[in-house]
Design a protein around this ligand. Structure first.
Ligand code: UGA
Length: 434
């Protein structure tokens, strides 16, 4: 099949490359020439395990190409996927400007029957808006509209695509569903779940899924705080709960709170979409409220042991919103470091992948010292503050790192160390819910 992806962000690029890997002929379209030039030269503009080698491999076969022109990418396509960013707009409402602009531009170039699929995360009703935008520009165009939400998590996006738990498509007729079945045929043949539903249902499955996962995280974080009051250990609670297959063990890792470009944006957008219908999402509002105050947990723990924080040196290990990515969008690390700077803390930060992105996005990055290793970040520090669960940090020799520090405190926002191990190495250990 001939597929065009509009947008080469995390989702568009990974999905396009994986469609080529499945054997389709794929054009990835982006109006950002700089990005397309990099991709044409085999350079992946984002850090995602395995992506660059798949770009190289599929470009070499001729199945994968990168273009900047709608005129080149649209007329030849059987299926067009919209993977355009939908950033938070006013009051957290999804901003559809870029998506609808892409739809209008695409409309000018449609030639022959085409299936237009929205993959951008956008509230219920968005596929209809795309359909109307295209119809307004090109009333005689032959096309059907569909929704095909993505469930790729950064750091494991390729595996998530090639080994999906489910493929969801929302369509208005059998013909469109059949076309999308052909797109995903190699995965369906492997026995992967393919669920064909109406468009509003597909659109809502995405929001309900992300909100549910975010709720699990806020739930276990709330339990973690209570564990500390009653001497329980949240990892035992999560383990015990997770053994019940109705609950499941995933997304019960207590933490500094969820971050990233998806959960926060999507839960707010769902609440706003509810408001448009006069509907109040009370549970989702509660999970947001829990997460919003989450960054304070580690600050309180630092204060508990260091007293007033002014002038203290804290080695921050981890800036990415989770391990396996260089992404810092909406990361809790941004809030935590801002608060540390407001307390006049001397911040020495290290992350194996995300320092460049952090410098770009964090408005006070000139007040942060960026180190080249965990070891050098912790030189002379009063405390170690772990914010991202990188494997590199899990293998730190604590006894060794302590020799260069002035203090003996670890605040482990990801519970990557055992309390006992830290204490044997001479540290005072503060985890989350332990
Ligand atoms: C999330 C979903 O997992 C994907 O299925 C979805 O496709 C994607 O959003 C999206 O909408 O595009 P992602 O944001 O990449 O993926 O990362 P997650 O692994 O879901 O983690 C989100 C946040 O929750 C991270 O900050 C992570 O550290 C935190 N988290 C996750 C916890 O604090 N505890 C957990 O047990 C799990």
């Amino acid at each position: 099949m001939r597929i065009t992806m509009i947008g080469t962000g995390y989702v568009g690029l990974t999905t396009g490359v994986c469609f080529a890997e499945l054997g389709h002929s794929v054009m990835c379209l982006d109006t950002n020439k700089e990005k397309i030039d990099l991709l044409k030269n085999g350079v992946c503009p984002i850090f995602e395990e395995g992506l660059e080698s798949l770009i190289e491999k599929n470009s070499a076969t001729g199945r994968l190409s990168f273009v900047t022109s709608y005129a080149e990418a649209i007329p030849c396509a059987d299926v067009v996927f919209f993977c355009v960013d939908t950033p938070p707009g006013e009051y957290g409402k999804a901003n559809l400007t870029n998506l609808l602009a892409a739809a209008s531009e695409c409309a000018h170039h449609l030639d022959g029957y085409t299936v237009l699929v929205n993959k951008s995360t956008a509230p219920v009703g968005t596929a209809k808006k795309i359909q109307n935008a295209v119809r307004n520009i090109n009333p005689t165009a032959s096309f059907d509209i569909a929704s095909n939400p993505e469930f790729l998590a950064e750091g494991s996006a390729i595996r998530n695509f090639l080994e999906p738990d489910r493929i969801i498509v929302g369509t208005e007729n059998e013909k469109t569903a059949t076309m999308l079945k052909l797109v995903y045929a190699p995965l369906i043949e492997q026995g992967r779940n393919f669920l064909s539903v109406t468009i509003p249902s597909a659109e809502l499955i995405k929001y309900a899924s992300n909100s549910f996962l975010a709720m699990k995280v806020s739930f276990i974080n709330e339990i973690a705080d209570f564990c500390e009051l009653v001497g329980a250990d949240v990892s035992d609670i999560a383990h015990g709960m997770g053994l019940d297959t109705r609950i499941g063990s995933k997304f019960l890792q207590a933490s500094i709170g969820f971050g990233g470009s998806c959960f926060g944006k999507d839960v707010h957008a769902l609440v706003m979409r509810g408001q448009e219908e006069g509907y109040e999402f009370r549970m989702i509002k509660a999970l947001i409220a829990v997460n919003e105050l989450r960054y304070l947990t580690v600050i309180k723990k630092l204060k508990k042991h260091l007293g007033p924080l002014q002038g203290k040196t804290v080695a921050v290990l981890g800036l990415a919103y989770k391990a396996g990515t260089d992404d810092v969008r909406d990361a809790q690390t941004l809030r935590i470091i801002l608060d540390l700077l407001d307390h006049a803390v001397i911040v020495r930060a290290y992350d194996p992948q995300a320092m460049e992105n952090f410098k770009k996005i964090f408005r006070r990055s000139d007040e942060v010292t960026f180190a080249q290793s965990a070891q050098s970040a912790s030189d002379g520090a009063d405390a170690l503050l772990i914010l991202t669960e990188w494997n590199e940090f899990k293998s730190i020799d604590l006894a060794d790192i302590k020799t260069n520090m002035s203090g003996t405190l670890i605040v482990d926002g990801r519970n990557i160390f055992e309390r006992k191990t830290a204490e044997v190495a001479g540290f005072t250990y503060e985890g989350i819910g332990t």
